[in-house]
Design a protein around this ligand. Structure first.
Ligand SMILES: O=C(O)CCC(=O)C(=O)O
Length: 273
């Protein structure tokens, strides 16, 4: 389908997991009622964004309530759901920051485990060590859907342009980033990165963030957005809880790629380490 609506749920995350699941359910319903065929949730939407809490909130794909809720909503509303991310526990006990993706029948069509862990120490600013409790994913995620081919990556993954380019070369026309930038790098880099990935690759970029919760240890920047292949911001939230929607129109992608054929002008034989 060349034109459709995407809904981005900028959800406020609280410590009570069941409250988060109810909120996600309501917001997916609202996005659908507003015409969305693709609905995206934020990073760690069922759990406060704190490394020490990930093991406590972690669940497995086989019997987790969050995964069941996502599959149920996708089937009930007949929409594609990119389930933000959650702490996922595998059979060996490793925990990943994982996005589960469901089609309109509620079938799992993709799973992205965050590849680049957010281990940073900005003096006087943000300190975060995802690797204290999380393991890193080891593969790229590109899913073919009834709405076109989509690449999914999580938050810090957006800082690696090679990954976005690889997903684009694998056919993705939409790059989806459930994410949770904070008060330091959010104002500095959030919009710049999302628009850069869009203009570099001539793709739509969907960035879904949690709403700001001033009581949380990690204060989310919010500003969920939809960017088009010309790097225009088509929809953007402030920092409050909200559902934003916008139109994806692949005729824009075709036009931009035809008029400015940069993907055809690549000279990969020259770009060597
Ligand atoms: O890259 C950043 O500045 C933020 C990344 C982040 O918050 C995350 O990966 O969860």
């Amino acid at each position: 389908m060349s034109v459709f609506t995407v809904g981005i749920c900028q959800m406020g995350v609280v410590p009570d997991k069941l409250v988060n699941l109810d909120r996600a359910r309501q917001m997916i319903g609202e996005a659908t009622a507003r015409g969305s065929r693709l609905v995206v949730l934020p990073e760690m939407f069922n759990c406060p964004y704190q490394s020490d809490l990930f093991p406590e909130y972690a669940e497995s794909f086989q019997d987790g309530p969050t995964v069941a809720m996502l599959a149920e909503c996708a089937a009930k509303y007949q929409v594609i759901v990119v389930g933000g991310s959650i702490p996922e526990r595998d059979e060996a006990g490793n925990i990943y920051n994982t996005s589960f993706i469901f089609d309109e029948r509620g079938a799992l069509i993709g799973r992205h485990r965050k590849i680049h862990l957010f281990d940073i120490a900005i003096k006087g600013g943000t300190m975060f060590q995802e690797s204290r409790t999380l393991a890193a994913g080891s593969s790229m995620t590109v899913v073919r859907t009834s709405l076109g081919t989509m690449g999914v990556a999580i938050c810090y993954d957006v800082r690696f342009p090679e990954l976005a380019r690889a997903m684009t070369l694998a056919g993705a026309r939409i790059l989806i980033y459930p994410a949770a930038f904070g008060p330091v790098t959010g104002p500095a880099h959030w919009e710049l990165l999302m628009r850069s990935r869009a203009v570099d690759n001539q793709v739509y970029v969907v960035a879904a963030a949690p709403a700001l919760n001033a009581a949380a240890e990690y204060e989310a920047h919010g500003h969920s957005m939809l960017v088009d292949p010309w790097a225009r911001v088509l929809a953007v939230a402030s920092e409050v809880e909200t559902v934003i929607t916008g139109k994806i129109d692949f005729r824009t992608t075709d036009k931009v790629r035809e008029e400015l054929p940069l993907l055809k002008h690549r000279r990969p034989e020259i770009y060597r380490d």
